[in-house]
Design a protein around this ligand. Structure first.
Ligand code: PEP
Ligand code: MG
Length: 579
């Protein structure tokens, strides 16, 4: 009888193959030790940390040469974590304090660190939590005598296998890909972990967070993995196999079509060019292959530069970093968003304070205007970097025009100071604002009159319009980009930009979802910025759409559709307009 398990699909694709268990989960038991054995236990722990270091260094030497992804950066992160006192020293203190075994001390410390991460809520920091888990599990396996990188499996066994594991480190994922695995599924992990990101870059179908994957499946049995739906099917019957083989073929065709598209421009059937841009978070994102087909960067989230550190980066560090990204873009524009700190993006450094309702509190431009010691160095760094290539400055979370005036005055003042100091900067830097607050969308015309461009941040616009905290699982079901109120605010913003003669972009998640591309084109959106993995999908829709024909359809849809019908209307918009 077949059995289906579900998890989070993080990398699309269908794989059919034999299950291959990499290793079991790491279970730790508490052991009490007499005082006389504690020195020995501490030495055993420190030796395990050293072994982990040697393993990582040897892994670094084994990175396949044709790996396009910067895997050494992941391994270096893990090496740095091994040096951190919270991982290499605190467990020693815990062994002595509780008189316990090294495994237990390490487990106590992991629980402590994980609790800190749990409180942060920020999905990006969750990736760091996964890194901590990977490093600690590596040491635990060594302590438990299960230290082999691939669980002792040889390459032959791994070829075409669907690997099942408790979790995989990014480094393991790269090695496994090199050994020819067909797909993988893990018990733990989330969609934003480095492992998940890698699986997408390497196009290995993957499902994470499959509870019970190690319990319900057997080594060697045939399974189907669907990385889009996030399902695993064990012991499938013939009908199910036939269905998934057909889907597998369709998926292969889809990939071929998308690969062919990457060199083509984004132009609609009625020859309207559309600007497709990429969102980046870290300077190294710029090296990703997939970014090559973007027309530039429509959102650079600079707050990631401020995370995981005790003090904020100074002007010079920011300048070097922005300049590096500009140079790597070789003439394509870079949209640098000023610091969007606070609420779901807490950082260790800086002066972010939450208040009792952080999403409505001192965040983004509000915080920057209040804390000049944080903001001035960034403004100076952005302006100075603009001397090295086309830069647009984008301001998050504007809610009234006084903030905007304050900002523009500050930019002028900074320009004057730089000029007096003889520092170079471009006189042409364009200044834009993000429309993320309903009040800003409702008064978009006032913003458009003073700015060079607008960019709609739908992640926040939806959260604030529908009064749902974007990181609260309990109200996630209400998060709806197609809510008529959201659509009206988006339309008002696009119209305000058009009337003022300035471009309007969208850089929230909605821009990268191909289900909404035609709707947005029909509303008049001319620039989409998204994670690079969505670029070709969105381009395919653009290249198969006639914007002139979409306009009246979308206008009619927005004017006459009742809330409950919009989803169905969008489906028909997507299905029947290919010429
Ligand atoms: C948004 O709010 O849509 C956006 C792009 O910004 P962030 O997700 O970084 O808040
Ligand atoms: Mg936002």
């Amino acid at each position: 009888m077949s059995l289906a398990l579900s998890g989070i699909g993080v990398s699309r694709g269908i794989a059919i193959g034999k299950a291959h268990f990499l290793r079991g989960s790491v279970e730790v038991l508490e052991g009490n030790l007499p005082e006389s054995l504690l020195d020995e236990e501490v030495a055993r722990f420190l030796e395990a940390v050293e072994t982990a270091r040697r393993q990582l260094e040897s892994l670094m030497g084994r990175i396949p040469e044709d790996t396009s992804i910067n895997i050494s950066a992941f391994i270096e992160t893990h090496l740095l974590m091994l040096d951190d006192a919270t991982i290499s020293t605190t467990p020693v203190e815990l062994i002595r304090l509780h008189g316990c075994n090294a495994e237990w001390a390490l487990k106590l410390q992991r629980d402590e660190i994980v609790n800190v991460f749990e409180e942060m809520d920020d999905p990006y920091l969750r990736t760091r939590r996964d890194d901590v888990d990977h490093v600690i599990n590596r040491i635990l396996r060594i302590l438990l005598g299960r230290g082999e990188e691939n669980g002792g499996s040889d390459s032959k066994e791994l070829q075409h296998a669907i690997v099942l594991a408790d979790d995989l480190t990014p480094a393991e994922t790269v090695l496994l890909e090199h050994q020819g695995i067909a797909a993988f599924a893990t018990e733990y992990g989330g969609p934003l972990s480095h492992t998940a990101i890698l699986s997408r870059s390497m196009e290995i179908p993957a499902v994470v967070g499959v509870h019970g994957v190690q319990h319900y499946l057997r080594d060697g049995e045939t399974i189907i993995l669907d990385g889009l739906q996030g399902i695993l099917i064990a012991s499938p019957d013939e009908n199910t196999l036939t269905h998934y083989r057909a889907r597998q073929q369709a998926e292969q065709q889809r990939r071929l079509d998308l690969a062919r598209l990457s060199l083509k421009p984004a132009v609609s059937l009625d020859e309207v060019p559309v600007n497709l841009m990429a969102n980046i978070e870290l300077p190294e994102d710029i090296n990703t292959d997939g970014l090559a087909s973007a027309a530039g960067v429509g959102l650079y989230r600079t707050e990631f530069l401020f995370m995981n550190r005790a003090t904020p980066p100074d002007e010079e560090e920011q300048f070097d970093c922005y300049k590096g990204v500009i140079e790597a873009l070789k003439g394509k524009p870079l949209t640098i968003r000023t610091l969007d700190m606070g609420a779901d993006k807490q950082v260790d450094s800086g002066s972010s304070r939450s208040g009792s309702n952080p999403a409505l509190g001192l965040r983004a431009i509000r915080l920057c205007l209040k804390d000049m010691s944080l903001f001035r160095p960034q403004l100076r760094a952005i302006l100075r970097a603009s001397a090295f290539g086309p830069v647009h400055m984008m301001v998050p979370m504007l809610s009234n025009t006084q903030e905007l005036q304050q900002l523009l005055a500050l930019v002028d003042e900074t320009r004057n100071t730089l000029q007096r100091e003889g520092q170079a900067f471009s006189p042409d830097i364009r200044i834009g604002g993000m429309i993320e607050v309903p009040a800003a969308a409702l008064s978009a015309a006032d913003f458009a009159a003073r700015l060079d461009f607008l960019s709609i941040g739908t992640n926040d616009l939806i959260q604030y319009t529908l009064a749902i905290d974007r990181v609260d699982d309990e109200v996630n079901y209400l998060y709806d980009p197609l809510h008529p109120a959201v659509l009206r605010l988006i339309k008002m913003t696009i119209d305000a930009g058009r009337d003022a003669g300035i471009p309007v972009a969208m850089c929230g998640e909605m821009a990268g979802d191909p289900r909404y591309t035609r709707l947005l084109l029909g509303m008049g959106l001319c620039e989409f910025s998204m994670h690079h993995t969505s670029l070709q999908e969105v381009k395919r829709v653009i290249n198969n759409s006639n914007i002139g024909k979409l306009r009246p359809l979308v206008e009619e849809l927005l004017g006459n559709t009742k809330a409950g019908q919009i989803h169905a209307r969008i489906e028909s918009l997507n299905s029947n307009l290919t010429e």
